[in-house]
Design a protein around this ligand. Structure first.
Ligand code: GTP
Ligand code: SPV
Ligand code: MN
Length: 594
């Protein structure tokens, strides 16, 4: 097939990868429906994807990954910089030359008998000054079909790139889906990403975590902006004013749900609305007006399926009705539709589980994988923001950090100032989830929800946040939230989901000086009566007092683990002095509070 560009940097690089991987043919993805339909048909004929019920799910497909390949693999993800210091203590590191040698052995001949697809794609709106371009080479039609949903992909990207060398090179080969030889590797200095032996989501959709977070965070550090694991949403109040915030929660901790929330009835009646700008990634720059502006570089949602239902997230559900790819959910063989745990209380009687086996919903096993996902076009979402396609993004009034903590972290608190907010982000901790391979439910430090996604030394990243603060005349205020506090019986105390707007309302009021707060050792907290609990069943002022309490002994326990975490950086001495001072300040205030 003829190349879709004359760009010699692109052509030379592809020639090299073709010589290495030895595909039978090379197919350029132009983005046309005609070409995509042909690929869908081909993938259906080989069983790679299954076409779902065209009435109930027009344009939708199901895909099952290999059972050893269902989540990101953090222990096999590397940042290959010339020195280990540049990657820092929280990333796996290998010398670039050594890693290339290892990878080249795995790529050699890996596409024999297969087709190499060339996917030109753009993160953010094609042609805008804020867009960045990538080319992903892959031997997976599933990857092609996901990338055209998740990014702006096709020949218009090559036209916008022209003859520039400024693009991110991504090479993905499924090879043998061998977990022992699975590698997800970023080479920030080379603008290059290599992925081999996986066919799952974040490991292979290279525009997402690999480019838009790991490589982009490295570029942001060099160029003076931020690439963050954040949702972006707008809250429209009854006066019709829209105020925006961005929020970083670790994987499977509620970004998609918060980004699309439907206000509780008592709010809806008054005219409150929430608009979704993004659900996973934010690129944040300082605007000419001195505020921070955030845009979502993606074009779709790669969302967690389990738990998504008409009540928890009707907007996400609506977004998945058409032109969506489902991965690792249950197939209902009676009507060719999909199901997952938490969708409704009627699991299908005749079904195939995520592993491709006949599934009896009464046998106690899960039908869908806990990290099963939907890939849905952003334009399908009923609450998509009118600013979604504005490459400048939206101005931020607040930045919110949050994690999944059964104890310790209160429902919400506000940092004293920007630097303290950076400290609050740096000490974030959360229980691990099924989004990454490994144990689930273990508390770990996950600064700014970027532990698996920061493309350089995390200490330098914190310093970059501190330095950014000095350059932003109109800084957003910084908060921390926790929707996941448990009672003694192990139930969530806070109802969460749409009701989280009640907390966001307080946050926005703080940003516009419309409500007072109480000063505590950890930050400013709401007066319990200042969170609106109208219309909430079973939540009283006492519940709010409990959710908003600071347990000093527990925080002192946490201090130990924060210190241990910071100590990891001693080797390179990259923890900013500002953060060390804030740690000492927190300890001091906790001591005085006893
Ligand atoms: P990634 O796509 O992995 O980055 O995840 P995410 O941060 O977008 O998480 P998502 O919104 O998909 O939520 C993950 C899980 O948390 C789902 O099972 C949700 O049902 C659950 N969840 C989300 N919001 C809340 C909440 O407010 N309260 C409770 N209790 N659970 C929630
Ligand atoms: C996450 O794990 O944070 C995700 C899913 O958003 S993945 O694309 O697999 O990284
Ligand atoms: Mn994510």
């Amino acid at each position: 097939m003829a190349a879709l560009t004359n760009n010699k940097y692109v052509l030379d690089w592809i020639d090299e990868q073709v010589a290495l991987c030895q595909p039978d043919q090379v197919v350029w993805i132009d983005g046309s429906e005609e070409q995509l339909n042909a690929l869908r048909d081909e993938a259906c004929s080989t069983g790679e994807i299954i076409r779902l019920n065209p009435e109930k799910h027009p344009g939708c497909f199901l895909h099952r990954t290999a059972i050893n390949d269902v989540a990101r693999v953090e222990n096999r993800t590397f940042i290959c910089t010339p020195t280990r210091k540049e990657a820092g203590p929280t990333n796996n590191w290998m010398d670039p030359a050594e890693m290339y040698a290892k990878l080249n052995k795995l790529y050699k001949g890996a596409m024999k008998g297969r087709t190499m697809y060339v996917i030109p794609y753009s993160m953010s709106v094609v042609g805008s000054p804020f867009a960045k371009y990538g080319i992903e080479l892959t031997d997976s039609i599933y990857v092609v079909l996901n990338m055209v949903i998740m990014t702006r992909a096709g020949k218009q990207v090559l036209e916008a790139l022209g003859d520039s060398p400024d693009f991110i090179k991504g090479l993905h080969a499924k090879a043998d889906i061998d977990e022992e030889n699975r590698y997800i590797v970023q080479f920030p200095q080379d603008n290059a990403i290599c992925s081999v032996n996986s066919g799952y989501g974040g490991n292979v959709l290279l525009g997402k975590k690999c480019f838009a977070l790991r490589i982009a965070s490295y570029l942001g550090h060099k160029e003076g902006w931020l690439a963050e694991h954040m949702l972006i949403l707008g809250i429209e109040n009854p006066q019709g004013e829209i105020r925006y915030l961005a929020a970083a929660f670790p994987s499977a901790c509620g970004k998609t749900n918060l980004a699309m929330l439907i206000p509780p009835e008592v709010y809806r009646e008054k005219g409150w609305k929430v608009w979704c700008v993004g659900d996973d990634i934010a690129w944040i720059r300082i605007g000419e007006d001195g505020r921070l502006w955030a845009c979502n570089p993606e074009n779709g949602f790669f969302g967690v399926a389990p738990g998504t239902n008409v009540k928890s997230n009707p907007n996400a559900l609506a977004a998945t009705r058409s032109n969506t790819i489902f991965t690792n959910v249950v197939l209902n063989t009676d009507d060719n539709t999909v199901w997952w745990e938490g969708l409704d209380k009627n699991p299908p009687k005749h079904a195939i589980n995520w592993k491709g086996e006949p599934w009896d919903c009464t046998d106690g096993s899960k039908g869908a994988h806990p990290n099963s996902r939907f890939t849905a076009p952003a334009e399908n979402c009923p609450c998509i923001s009118s600013e979604f396609n504005n490459p400048k993004g939206v101005p931020l009034s607040a930045i919110v950090f949050g994690g999944r903590r059964a104890k310790t972290a209160p429902l919400v608190y506000q940092s004293f100032d920007w630097d303290h907010g950076v400290f609050v982000g740096s000490i974030m901790a959360s229980e691990t989830t099924a989004a990454a391979a490994g144990a689930v439910g273990v508390v770990r430090r996950d600064p700014m929800a970027m532990l698996p996604f920061c493309g350089y030394n995390m200490g330098d990243y914190w310093q970059h946040w501190i330095d950014m603060g000095k350059k932003i005349p109109n800084k957003p205020k910084i908060f921390n939230v926790n929707w996941f506090r448990l009672d003694d019986e192990g139930h969530f105390i806070w109802p969460g989901f749409g009701d989280n707007l009640r907390v966001l309302e307080w946050i926005m009021k703080r940003c516009f000086d419309e409500v007072d707060a109480v000063e505590t050792p950890i930050g400013y907290m709401p007066n319990p009566e200042d969170i609106n609990i109208d219309g909430l069943d079973g939540i009283t002022l006492d519940t709010m007092k409990d959710l908003l309490s600071v347990d000093v002994p527990m925080w002192k326990e946490d201090l130990k683990s924060i210190k241990e975490f910071y100590a990891k950086f001693d080797e390179f001495d990259t923890v900013p002095a500002e953060l060390k001072a804030h740690l000492a300040g927190l300890e001091d205030r906790l001591n005085k509070a006893e």
